[in-house]
Design a protein around this ligand. Structure first.
Ligand SMILES: C[S@@+](CC[C@H](N)C(=O)[O-])C[C@H]1O[C@@H](n2cnc3c(N)ncnc32)[C@H](O)[C@@H]1O
Length: 573
């Protein structure tokens, strides 16, 4: 396993010995961009034979140190493609940690994991530690900090773009994005080491901020007064945990939302749960001119300007809000959401659903190939004139994957009758290499305000079956994982016990085995009212068993209505 590490360096003489002690065991090559250090960092770097020392390239935004750093970190790792299994993007004071780091990375690689976000901890010590100690063993007390939960390790061969936000505090990776099942990796941020040293270092950093950094409030923590820094310090000190405890279980105990887990759209700045050291008076209400201008354009001028001018304005990217600014915006947004309760926040459209999935980091080829196509959903909808819309329509949907056809159905039926309801069944398995698909389904339904019209049964329609029709996808072997796949079973029988004969419509797109489908339809027939509509996906040459089944179905059971060579429509006899 080969690991390349990319970092920037500016006067890190103090921290470099700890850094190398921590990473030397696993890293084969360090690519360090030195930003004109004036202490002896460069000499220390040259002494390590694994280091490729490079000068920091000219700033891509001469007015912003932070934006320029981000532009570099967004692309520098690409040279490791085809060379390294993992790349680490980090700062010198960030120690990515797992009790068995090498073993864990090897395991993630074997499981097809491609990104490993780390849970942030602000490590704290009153005194600067002795050199030649492994900090993750000697200085193990830190406070959970979700702002420092960053993406520091990923596969350069599977990820196309990381799409970091400023400071790398969150990301929207694109490519074949596969997360580990739970969050075991930690980011130990060794910044708060020796109060006086931190105060001096902050003062040095203030001098390096450029015009746009100051305007955007980036790095505003460097300008804390001694009193404010002490306040921050004490707050962190009051929340320390020992990360070396064997029962730490960070995936459960590290609180607050994670940008890579649902609700995905929630970033730390949209949450009330940022650590209190981010809400000190000095960090509040730094409204810079660009931020004010942007909000003026988007809130006030937008309704009045012609579309062509707006298009032009959109080219100028919204400045990312400073953390406190955005937290306030997040709160206001949530308050508005509560006020407009009952209203869908976003009107559903098929295209918007796919682009939301893209933003959630789902591989676009999987979401598009694995979901029913729009044309077939529209074809299905063109038969809804058969439904009695004088009363709420009750529908059953089997096989969710990411929720595209489910959201389409719920949205369409709700338009036909506002009180329509859909019951859905899906076992929440890894499908097409995407784990825990239900989280995405819920994100999609909530985004389009459809969540109050759906009940999801997490289970198999009948007995347990192997996921993905047994096919290995993106390194995930369903047969090898049979024992690990758990869900409820016999959901159709359960429904029959509760609601026999009440369904007006059923869309089947779950298990694609012909015999399984046949037995499912025995149950579905009992669930449907006479005259109820049955929609089968994949009655196509790609799925000959289902096609054959559709063509040869007994009219005593279901009468064929129509097909577009992808879906088949039938009516319950
Ligand atoms: C083809 S995908 C569904 C795509 C979805 N209908 C869409 O168009 O957006 C099949 C889904 O059925 C699920 N599935 C597999 N076996 C199932 C079973 N026995 N009962 C219900 N769902 C099942 C899979 O886990 C997967 O989520």
């Amino acid at each position: 396993m080969k690991i390349d590490l990319y970092a920037r360096c500016w006067n890190e003489r103090d921290m470099l010995p700890f850094f190398f002690l921590h990473y030397d065991k696993i890293v084969q090559r360090y690519i360090i961009y030195d930003d004109a250090s004036t202490d002896n960092s460069q000499e220390i770097l040259r002494l390590n034979p694994k280091v490729e020392l490079r000068p920091m390239p000219p700033y891509s935004d001469p007015e912003s140190r932070i934006r320029s750093a981000l532009a570099l970190q967004e692309t520098c790792w690409r040279e490791s493609r085809g060379i390294a299994d993992w790349v680490i993007i980090t700062d010198i004071d960030e120690h990515l940690y797992h009790p068995d780091m090498y073993g864990y990375l090897a395991q993630c690689r074997a499981q097809g994991v491609t990104i490993i976000p780390a849970l942030g901890y602000q490590m704290l010590s009153e005194h600067f530690p002795e050199h030649k100690t492994l900090l993750c063993q000697s200085l193990t007390r830190g406070a959970c900090d979700l702002v420092y939960s960053k993406l520091g390790i990923f596969s350069p061969n599977e990820i196309d773009a990381v799409n970091y936000t400023q400071g790398r505090h969150s990301a929207a990776p694109k490519g074949r994005v596969v997360l580990p099942a739970r969050d075991e990796l930690l980011l130990l941020h060794y910044h708060y080491l020796g109060f006086e040293r931190v105060r001096k270092r902050n003062a040095q950093f203030v001098t390096r901020q450029r015009k746009n950094d100051i305007a955007m409030g980036w790095g505003s923590e460097y300008s804390l007064s001694s009193k404010q820094l002490r306040e921050v310090w004490n707050l962190i000190a009051s929340r320390l945990v020992d990360i070396s405890q064997p029962d730490l279980r960070p995936w459960e105990t590290h609180g607050g939302p994670r940008w890579w887990r649902p609700p995905y759209l929630l970033r730390y700045w949209e949450s009330d749960e940022t650590p209190p050291w981010y809400s000190l008076p000095s960090m509040r209400r730094r409204r810079s001119i660009p931020v004010v201008l942007h909000s003026l354009i988007s809130r006030v001028l937008k309704p009045c300007l012609p579309e062509r001018l707006l298009k032009l304005l959109r080219k100028f990217k919204a400045p990312a809000p400073s953390s406190t600014e955005a937290r306030v915006q997040g709160r206001i947004r949530r308050r508005l959401e509560v006020q407009s309760k009952g209203k869908a926040s976003h009107e559903f459209s098929y295209e918007d659903a796919l682009s939301l999935l893209d933003r959630l980091g789902i591989d676009p080829s999987q979401s598009r190939e694995g979901s029913m196509p729009l044309a077939s959903l529209q074809f299905m909808q063109s038969h809804f004139d058969r439904l009695d819309t004088s009363r709420p329509i009750i529908a059953l949907h089997v096989g969710n994957f990411l929720g595209v056809s489910l959201a389409y159905l719920v949205h369409t039926l709700r338009r036909l009758h506002p009180d329509s309801r859909v019951v859905s069944i899906d076992p929440n398995l890894t499908h097409r290499g995407i784990p825990r698909t239900m989280e995405t389904v819920l994100a999609l339904l909530n985004y389009f305000g459809l969540e109050d019209r759906v009940a999801i049964l997490t289970g198999y329609s009948l007995e347990k079956n192997v996921s993905n029709q047994g096919e290995i996808f993106a390194g995930y072997d369903p047969v090898a994982n049979w024992e690990n796949e758990r869900s409820c079973t016999h959901q159709l029988d359960l429904l029959n016990a509760l609601a026999r004969g009440v369904f007006d419509l059923c869309l089947m797109d779950g298990n694609h085995d012909g015999d399984y489908l046949q037995r499912e339809l025995d149950r579905v027939r009992q669930l449907l009212r006479p005259g109820g509509l049955l929609v089968l996906d994949d009655v196509s040459t790609a799925w000959p068993e289902i096609q054959w089944f559709f063509n040869s179905i007994s009219p005593d059971q279901f009468q064929k209505l129509s097909t577009d060579d992808r879906i088949g429509l039938l009516v319950r006899s």
